[in-house]
Design a protein around this ligand. Structure first.
Ligand SMILES: Cc1ncc(C[n+]2csc(CCOP(=O)(O)OP(=O)(O)O)c2C)c(N)n1
Ligand SMILES: [Mg+2]
Length: 1024
């Protein structure tokens, strides 16, 4: 793009075009008008605002509130001199500057504007000058980036708009070329003057253009903080700040050599292998290293990273410094991992964890690159959760030690909703990681799709504006600018603990992957790319010609790295490097190192413990005003405890309380979990007389207990579940629970469920004990408040429906208990429980197992208050354990051979069946067996029931529709079991079904249909 003002001494057409561009970008003026903080620059207006604000801070716009709170503003002490010219007055009016005070401006032509300077002093500036300076600076800063030369190819504008705004000539704004040589006092919100206090308009524009319209484009003026804006201005407007020392240059050249030669090497050795190379954005490596060096210099020692396919191998090799042997052996199809079984993943998805010395800071830094699926951006919240957990476990309350870096592609960053959802976690008290550095590898293409067809926002980074993150766009072919931006971004994060975005505007030298032909779809772009000199050569040629580095030195460095690559390649043939454990992003040192066999855990606790929790979980601080309704709830609970009983909520409290008392950390999050969607939990109590005074009794059980975090979440399932998953992988000795508001909504987090939770261990040897509570049950609340889609979770279980599980030899732990073997062998546990005691045990079992498995729980709604749904202390005390099934214990069990029908069921259906059977006086004829743990399927225990009720018809009952619920999962397993027993009833199971008919929607929205369906299936269940 043509330079707007070529030099101070050349008052050209260009300069005439430039002035309004900076001063009155039409789009810009419009935006300024809309942003109340920036809009009002007149002192009258500010005074009015101040006046209003002093009386009532809520009466003004939030931006004004922040402005005055920050104490940037001081009232003007005097009236001033210079009247604004009629042209300027007209101009202000046109642009909306004077809309609040036209009379004041024209009458009081001597008014002064007073604002504090960046260094805290107060300057008096005549209004007309002040206004023009302010306006100019503000406009230029706000919109200069639209004119910046960000595309290394010079084709696309990074903001997708190649058009100059209309009305670009000076004359259309009542200004002319003579104004360019007028001197203006520089406002304190700019550092372009250096030592100078005033400059000609031409020079001001030239300097602003140099800072804001070259290879760096800055967006930050929406940040509601004078201090933060000034902080950024200072770092970019002062040319001294950008200068690199020779050491920095040499270090960056070496890094660029590594980044570039690594790709060349892979291309040469494995030309037909997909690697999603970094060519065109090699500068990412020195940029990331600069970020890391800067952060490490400020005390960060743990960096958790998430990134997509592009350049991932390069990041592993040159940022985390994963041994090249371990990378190269991934390309060898003959080398199988020798240590752990699993189905594995492609090499550009794997994670890793490496600790190494950072030479720049001379400190040890731990890197974790989190494994991820192809699903772009899905890893973002997982990284944040892991980072938060790292910070929690080491008491890093402000994120001084652990920090996350997220890398993104331009198309994915703009397109994927989870990016937005993750941004919204960034400042929440229970989710913040105290600032993330986002780096976009903006190659201006997504697979074959041009950004003009892929997004509606000007920049691919616009989503970051929702959290007021500063966005630094930079031309990736200007290495020095990239390094500066990277340094400032890291300093920003470490100073303000807020997110920041680096937009590396680059290109993609190959197709989407190395086997793709990009000319099919991007002929124009790729003709340019083919002619584009690689950034390493470009920069090194420049440095050599300037005499900054020597050719010999450069060649020696190149040769050094070539040797490293060759040596690693030779070594990589050894199977010693092919180990799955090399790819673990969260190794758990010291976690169950024994080989087993491990006994099935007894998860009961002493009666003393139960009583203590019962009391302490309901104690209040002195003078705490509890809600009247809650007092009644607490009284009822006290009565229940007196009777040695618990309901669902108390069973949960007992599980959590006892885990806490064992010293473990517990974290429960989700929408409205503090109270509980169904108002049953009440773990966070609010003082009725004071705002924001609340109490979490479960954190006051004992001084040695683990910490309890219970937090309501943002209204996002995808990001919040991802976050908790990441959290759960960091430390196996804590209980991490995510609760859906209703189970139905969990499918907006389907990607986390499918790609991470159900298959994470198989793909990435990464275990997680996360527990999902998914309220499920048909209670006439319509299609979206009934089903958590139990069938989907069951269908994803990796257990063979045609095989009765037996203990087999495994590579991992030894087991001689079938229940343990099954649990270890399966990808996740799925339960649909009927008693508070079993709920208590299954939560406790999560931590008692010598391995970690995700637990998917269909959790109840009406059972929360059903009087029959209670458990005695006796089912929870020492020696008791989780029951995979509940046998029939009533009359039918006394004469099992006479029983005509055995009904298998799970969850709340049991209580309906129980009542119906009693009403029909069929207690001796029908046995009901509850399958509490659906997956892994308790073949051994069910076999005993089938043997016991050997003359009974085998039936399965469920309240869900036939194509949903547990039926489709249980039917083949029951049949398989009966076949294995040579039992003739194997065929019957196909016909004996009681439940709703197959349907498209999960539940009817019509109450009468609901009741009819309920009645019909009960009748089916009771029929013979
Ligand atoms: C959620 C999701 N949808 C679709 C894809 C298929 N896909 C793989 S890469 C890609 C383009 C990504 O473009 P960009 O984010 O700009 O990254 P780049 O490949 O250009 O580095 C697409 C659509 C995917 N991996 N994930
Ligand atoms: Mg792209």
């Amino acid at each position: 793009m043509e330079r707007l003002v070529s030099s101070v001494s050349r008052p050209s057409i260009g300069s005439i075009r430039c002035l309004p561009q900076l001063m009155l970008n039409v789009r810009g003026a419009h935006k300024v008008h809309r942003e109340s903080f920036l809009n009002a620059s007149s002192s009258n207006y500010i005074d009015e605002m101040y006046e209003q604000w002093s009386k009532d801070p809520h009466s003004v716009h939030k931006s004004w509130d922040l402005y005055f709170r920050n104490q940037v503003y001081q009232r003007p002490p005097t009236l001033g001199v210079n009247p604004p010219s009629p042209a300027l007055t007209q101009y202000y009016q046109m642009t909306g500057f004077l809309q609040q005070q036209p009379a004041a401006a024209s009458q009081q032509q001597t008014q002064l504007q007073t604002i504090s300077s960046g260094t805290g002093g107060v300057q008096e500036i005549p209004l007309d000058m002040k206004a023009i300076q302010d306006h100019m600076a503000v406009q230029a800063l706000l919109y200069g980036h639209h004119e910046a030369k960000l595309d290394p190819l010079g084709i696309l504008e990074a903001d997708l708009s190649g058009e100059r705004p209309e009305g670009i000539s000076l004359s259309s704004h009542k200004l002319n070329e003579s104004d360019l040589d007028r001197k203006f006092i520089l406002p304190p919100i700019t550092f372009i003057g250096g030592q100078e206090k005033e400059l000609s308009l031409r020079e001001i524009i030239r300097r602003l253009e140099d800072v804001y319209c070259q290879t760096i484009g800055l967006e930050y003026m929406y940040i509601n903080s004078y201090e933060k804006c000034n902080w950024i201005r200072q770092r970019f407007e002062d040319p001294e700040q950008k200068k690199l020392g020779i050491k920095d240059i040499e270090r960056a050249v070496k890094r660029l050599i590594r980044a570039s030669k690594f790709e060349d090497y892979l291309k040469k050795k494995w030309s037909s292998e997909k690697r999603f190379g970094l060519e065109g954005c090699e500068v990412l490596i020195p940029a990331m290293k600069m970020v890391i060096d800067t952060a490490a210099g400020k005390g960060v020692d743990t960096i958790i990273m998430g990134m997509p396919h592009r350049g991932r191998l390069n990041v592993l090799a040159n940022v985390t410094r994963k041994p090249l042997e371990e990378l190269f052996c991934q390309f060898d199809p003959k080398l199988e991992p020798s240590d752990v079984s699993g189905t594995g993943d492609v090499k550009y998805h794997l994670g890793t964890c490496i600790e190494r010395l950072n030479r720049a800071s001379n400190t040890m830094v731990k890197f974790a690159l989190v494994a991820n699926p192809s699903h772009l951006e899905a890893v973002d919240p997982v990284v944040q959760g892991k980072t938060r957990a790292e910070q929690f476990y080491r008491g890093d309350k402000a994120g001084d030690k652990a920090m996350s870096i997220l890398l993104h592609g331009d198309a994915a960053f703009a397109g994927q909703g989870v990016v937005y959802e993750t941004f919204h976690l960034s400042d929440l008290p229970a989710y913040t990681t105290h600032g993330t550095i986002h780096i976009i590898c903006n190659n201006q293409i997504g697979f074959t799709t041009d950004p003009r067809m892929a997004r509606s926002s000007p920049y691919c980074t616009d989503v970051a504006r929702v959290v007021n993150a500063p966005i630094f766009h930079v031309n990736a072919d200007d290495v020095a600018s990239v390094l500066h931006v990277a340094k400032v971004a890291a300093e920003w994060r470490c100073t303000f603990k807020k997110d920041v975005v680096i937009d590396l505007v680059c290109y993609r030298r190959q197709g989407h992957n190395e086997t793709d032909e990009p000319m099919f779809t991007q002929p124009f772009m790729y003709k340019k790319i083919h002619k584009q000199t690689p950034v390493l050569k470009k920069w090194v040629d420049q440095l050599i010609s300037e005499g900054t580095i020597k050719q010999d030195w450069y060649e020696a460095e190149e040769a050094k790295y070539q040797k490293i690559l060759d040596d690693a390649f030779a070594n990589s043939k050894s199977p010693a490097y092919a180990k799955d454990k090399n790819w673990l992003d969260s190794p758990w040192k010291g976690f169950f190192t024994g080989k087993g066999p491990f006994p099935y855990p007894k998860t009961g606790v002493s009666e003393e413990t139960i009583k203590t929790i019962g009391v302490k979980a309901h104690e209040l601080p002195e003078g705490f005003a509890l809600h009247r309704g809650l007092k009644r709830v607490f009284e009822n609970r006290a009565k229940m405890l007196q009777e040695r009983e618990v309901d669902w909520a108390l069973g949960e409290s007992m599980a959590i309380g006892s885990v806490l008392l064992d010293g473990h950390h517990v974290r429960i999050s989700g929408q409205d979990v503090e109270r509980g969607t169904f108002s049953h939990r009440h773990h966070v109590l609010h003082d009725q007389d004071k705002d924001l005074v609340f109490h979490v009794p479960m954190n006051y059980l004992s001084p040695t207990q683990g910490h309890y975090t219970i937090c309501n979440s943002s209204l996002s399932e995808f990001a919040c579940l991802g976050f908790e998953l990441g959290y759960s992988t960091t430390n196996p000795n804590s209980l991490v629970i995510w609760e859906a508001q209703f189970g139905d909504f969990a499918n907006t987090a389907q990607c986390i469920i499918d790609q991470f939770i159900s298959s994470g261990q198989a793909k990435w040897v990464r275990q997680s004990g996360i527990c999902l509570l998914l309220p499920h049950g048909y209670e006439g609340q319509g299609p979206e408040h009934s089903s958590a889609r139990l069938e989907r979770f069951l269908q994803m279980a990796d257990e063979d429906e045609d095989q009765v599980t037996e203990i087999k030899e495994t590579k991992h732990l030894h087991h001689n208990d079938l229940a343990m073997y099954q649990l270890d062998d399966v990808n996740w546990i799925i339960a649909h429980l009927t008693t508070p005691a079993n709920y208590f045990h299954i939560l406790r079992r999560q931590l008692a197992l010598p391995f970690r498995k995700p637990l998917i729980m269909m959790s109840p709604k009406s059972l929360l208050r059903l009087p029959e749904c209670r458990s005695s202390f006796d089912e929870m005390t020492t020696g008791t354990t989780f029951k995979r099934i509940y046998q029939e214990e009533g009359a039918a069990s006394q004469n099992a051979s006479d029983v005509k029908k055995i009904i298998f069921c799970s969850g709340k259906t049991y209580y309906d069946l129980y009542k119906e059977r009693a009403n029909n006086k069929l207690d001796t004829e029908i046995a009901i067996v509850r399958i509490e743990q659906l997956c892994p399927f308790p073949f051994d225990e069910i076999r005993k029931e089938l043997e016991k009720y050997n003359n009974a018809k085998v039936c399965f009952a469920q309240e869900e529709h036939k194509n949903m619920g547990p039926y489709t999962y249980c039917k083949p397993r029951l049949a398989c079991l009966l076949r294995s027993m040579n039992d003739a009833r194997a065929g019957e199971i196909n016909t004996c079904y009681a439940g709703r008919e197959a349907a498209a929607a999960t539940a009817t929205g019509i109450k009468s249909s609901h009741y009819l369906e309920q009645k019909t299936y009960m009748q089916q269940a009771m029929a013979f």
